[in-house]
Design a protein around this ligand. Structure first.
Ligand code: XMP
Length: 317
C-alpha cells in the first residue's frame, strides 16, 4: 500500500474510506469511545463525514486528563463537527475507586476496568447499535502482544458483540496525522504528544489525591504553554510533569513551607522503547520554574529529570 505522506494522498484515502464505511455500515449505528487522542479523533472525523448522526461518540472524562482536553473534545466534535457526542463526567467515580491505592499496576487496572464499566453502561443505554468504531492503527496490530497490550487501558468489553469498524488500521501514526490534518482537525489534536491511557494518574505517584492531581494538571499546563511559546511543541517527543508523594521544606514570605516538588521530564524517542533527554535551555527552565512555584498550589520546588531510557522509563510509574 502506498504510504500517505501528502494532503493529496490523504484526500484519496479519505474518499476511499468514506465509500467503504458507507458500504459496511449502511443505515446502521456506530458507537465510538472518543478519547481526544489522534487515532480515535481521526476515526470520529471520518465516521462523521461518512455516516453523520449514525455515529454516537462517547467521551469518558476519567478525571485524569490534561487541562483543557475534555473541553476541546466537546468543542471540536459537538460544536464544530455537529457530532452526536455523549460526554460522561466520571471523574469522581474514578478518583473514589483510586483513593488510597498506591501500587502502579493496581492503579492501571482500576482505571482500565472502570473505563470499560463506564463505557459499557453508556452503551447499554443506547438502542440499535450494531457497530463499534476503533482507532486501531497498524503498530497496535504488530504489537498487540507486546507493550501496547500491557498499556492499553482503553480495551473494550468483548461481550458487547459489535461488528468492528477500524478505518485506520493499516496506517502508521504519521499517516494518521496527515489524514487528520486533511479532515480539518486542529493542530493541537493532530500533532499532540503521546499521552498514556491512565493519564495524569501515573504522574501523580503513589495514592492519588485530588489536590496533588491538580498540581500535576496545572504544572503540566504551564510546561506545555511555555514549550509552545518557545517553539518546542511538535519538536520534543514527550514532555510532562510529575508530582511525587513526598514533601520538602521551602520558604515563602519569610515563612517555612512544607510542600511538593514538581519534576520536569522532556524526552525524545522514536517508538518509546528507548528515549534520550531533550536539552532544554536553562533560561526556559528558569521561567518554567518561576511560574510553577508561583502559580501552582502546594508546590515549592522544581526538579529536572535527566535520566534517559534506559535506565528510567519515560513515565514515573
Ligand atoms: P514507559 O514509561 O514504559 O512509557 O517508558 C513508554 C510510552 O508509553 C506510554 N505509557 C502508556 N501508554 N498506557 C498507555 O496507553 C499506559 O499505561 C502507559 N504507560 C506508559 C508513555 O507515556 C510513553 O510514551
Amino acid at each position: 500500500m502506498e504510504r500517505i505522506t501528502t494532503p493529496a494522498l490523504a484526500e484519496k484515502f479519505i474518499a476511499e474510506q468514506l465509500e467503504a464505511l458507507r458500504a459496511q455500515i449502511g443505515d446502521g449505528k456506530v458507537l465510538l469511545a472518543l478519547s481526544g487522542g489522534v487515532d480515535s479523533s481521526v476515526v470520529a472525523a471520518l465516521l462523521i463525514r461518512a455516516v453523520g448522526k449514525q455515529l454516537v461518540c462517547v467521551h469518558v472524562n476519567h478525571g485524569l486528563l490534561r487541562k483543557g482536553e475534555p473541553e476541546q473534545v466537546v468543542q471540536v466534535f459537538r460544536d464544530q463537527m455537529d457530532a452526536n457526542l455523549i460526554y460522561v463526567d466520571a471523574a469522581d467515580r474514578f478518583l473514589d475507586k483510586l483513593a488510597g491505592v498506591s501500587d502502579p499496576e493496581t492503579k492501571r487496572k482500576i482505571i482500565g476496568k472502570e473505563f470499560i464499566d463506564v463505557f459499557a453502561e453508556e452503551a447499554a443505554k443506547l438502542d440499535g447499535i450494531r457497530f463499534l468504531g476503533q482507532g486501531t492503527i497498524y503498530p497496535d496490530i504488530l504489537e498487540s502482544k507486546g507493550v501496547k497490550a500491557h498499556h492499553n487501558v482503553g480495551g473494550l468489553p468483548e461481550d458487547l458483540n459489535f461488528e468492528l469498524v477500524e478505518p485506520v488500521k493499516l496506517l502508521f501514526k504519521d499517516e494518521v496525522r496527515v489524514v487528520g490534518k486533511a479532515l480539518g482537525l486542529p493542530d493541537g489534536m493532530v500533532y499532540r504528544q503521546p499521552f498514556p491511557g491512565p493519564g495524569l494518574g501515573v504522574r501523580c505517584t503513589g495514592a492519588i489525591t485530588r489536590d496533588r492531581l491538580e498540581a500535576v494538571r496545572e504544572s503540566d499546563a504551564i510546561l506545555r504553554e511555555e514549550f509552545a511559546a518557545a517553539g518546542l511543541e511538535g519538536k520534543v517527543w514527550q514532555y510532562f510533569t510529575v508530582v511525587p508523594d513526598f514533601k520538602s521544606t521551602g520558604i515563602l514570605d519569610g515563612l517555612r513551607t512544607f510542600d511538593w516538588p514538581v519534576i520536569l521530564r522532556a524526552v525524545n524517542s522514536v517508538d518509546a522503547t528507548a528515549a534520550t533527554i531533550e536539552e532544554v535551555p536553562y533560561a526556559l527552565l528558569h521561567k518554567i520554574t518561576a511560574r510553577i512555584v508561583n502559580e501552582v498550589k502546594g508546590v515549592n520546588r522544581v526538579l529536572l529529570d535527566l535520566t534517559p531510557k534506559p535506565t528510567g522509563t519515560i513515565e514515573w510509574e
